[in-house]
Design a protein around this ligand. Structure first.
Ligand SMILES: Cc1cc2nc3c(=O)[nH]c(=O)nc-3n(C[C@H](O)[C@H](O)[C@H](O)COP(=O)(O)OP(=O)(O)OC[C@H]3O[C@@H](n4cnc5c(N)ncnc54)[C@H](O)[C@@H]3O)c2cc1C
Length: 326
């Protein structure tokens, strides 16, 4: 039964690849378009299947053409940043995956700095530090891109990216170019107005603070050293699996730890021996192993503590016919 289901999934996936190939082979962009393209190396969990279509647009007109094609043909799409907060299904993503890596521009007007959303968050903080501008340095060494950080309202060391965000240029779900100007009520702990929408952010503008570059570089090295000491880079992961809930009296990692789950394994996936809210790929994990472990942790916390943990890591692709995120 299991094998039959997997086989049916494979036929469905290849049917989709063929249809999308026909459509996307017809369009010309300056960037690249690939078919049946492996995504695992593009995610920090390093697992998961291929994208039916994978595009790396080089500029705004490429992006617009890709979006217009997807919208007019009714093709679902997923925007991929650094892949640091997602779990891609072993069956892959039977859709268009649009990478933002070509959007790595930097523009500066005094204390206002705009970054292309595909620029890595670490690089953005380095560039700001070179200008002698602070306010985002706490995000140095956090994996992922500027776009992914805005999407999740990334947070660490007491700061959130929305603290210095001014505006975002984006394409909305109808393919129209829009400018979003920040309203602080739109952002909260790990929430942004871009969640639950099929927008593509292109550029994000920040208001930064003149700060001695030496101080910024010292702080950045301290944040990096702290992450290294906590074992963040010792094994593939996507950082925290669950959000914290301040009403629960303790961070999610502490709650999971209180149940003695640290070190628990499913196949090649393991609750990090160093941090109970991080699941690592020990080298042989499948996406299914990781998802099973995530669900089992969530169930244990629900049954034994009566608390509902909210997942932070996003499931992407085809999970037994159920499509999540795309
Ligand atoms: C070791 C480690 C440590 C981490 N520590 C932290 C931490 O301290 N704090 C924290 O908040 N997170 C942390 N994370 C999680 C991750 O780094 C952040 O969520 C990061 O912001 C994800 O960015 P990304 O570019 O990889 O996004 P992706 O994982 O590629 O995508 C995440 C979501 O953002 C959307 N998205 C990305 N770019 C765009 C765009 N241009 N337009 C529209 N949508 C877009 C995607 O469609 C998806 O829905 C950690 C992860 C790891 C692996």
């Amino acid at each position: 039964m299991h094998r039959r289901l997997a086989h049916t999934g494979l036929i469905r996936y290849h049917g989709v690849v063929n249809r999308l190939r026909e459509i996307f082979q017809r369009i010309n962009i300056e960037g690249t378009i690939e078919f049946d393209y492996p995504l695992a190396p593009l995610t920090t969990f390093e697992v998961g299947g291929p994208a039916a279509v994978y595009a790396e647009p080089s500029n705004v007109s490429d992006m617009q053409l890709l979006l217009q094609t997807a919208l007019s043909e009714g093709i679902p799409y997923f925007v991929l940043g650094g892949g640091a907060n997602i779990l891609v299904s072993d069956k892959g993503v039977p859709a268009l995956v649009i990478a933002t890596s070509g959007f790595d521009s930097v523009e500066r007007e005094g204390e206002l700095v705009s970054f292309g959303t595909g620029l890595s968050m670490s690089r953005a903080t380095e560039v700001a530090a070179e200008y002698g501008l602070g306010g985002i340095e706490f995000l140095y060494s956090m994996p992922g891109t500027v776009g992914g950080a805005v999407w999740m309202n990334a947070r660490c060391y007491g700061g959130s990216i929305s603290d210095s965000l001014v505006s975002v240029d984006y394409f909305d779900e109808t393919g129209q170019a829009q400018v979003y100007t920040i309203q602080s009520r739109d952002f909260a702990y790990k929430r942004s107005p871009f969640q639950h929408r099929a927008c593509v952010m292109l550029q994000a503008q920040f208001r930064l603070l003149p700060t001695d570059p030496k101080i910024l570089h010292r702080r950045m090295q301290e944040y990096h050293a702290d992450r290294e000491a906590k074992g963040h880079f010792r094994a593939p992961s996507a950082g925290s699996v669950f959000k914290n809930n301040h009403d629960y009296g303790a961070p999610s990692g502490k709650l999971i730890d209180s149940l003695g789950l640290r070190g628990l394994r499913v196949g090649g996936a393991q609750i990090s021996p160093e941090h109970a809210n991080i699941i690592i790929n020990t080298g042989t994990a499948t996406a299914e192993d990781i998802r099973t472990l995530i669900e089992s942790v969530r169930d244990s916390v629900q049954k034994r503590l009566g608390l509902e943990l909210e997942r932070e890591v996003l499931y992407v692709g085809d999970w037994n016919g159920k499509h999540e995120v795309v």
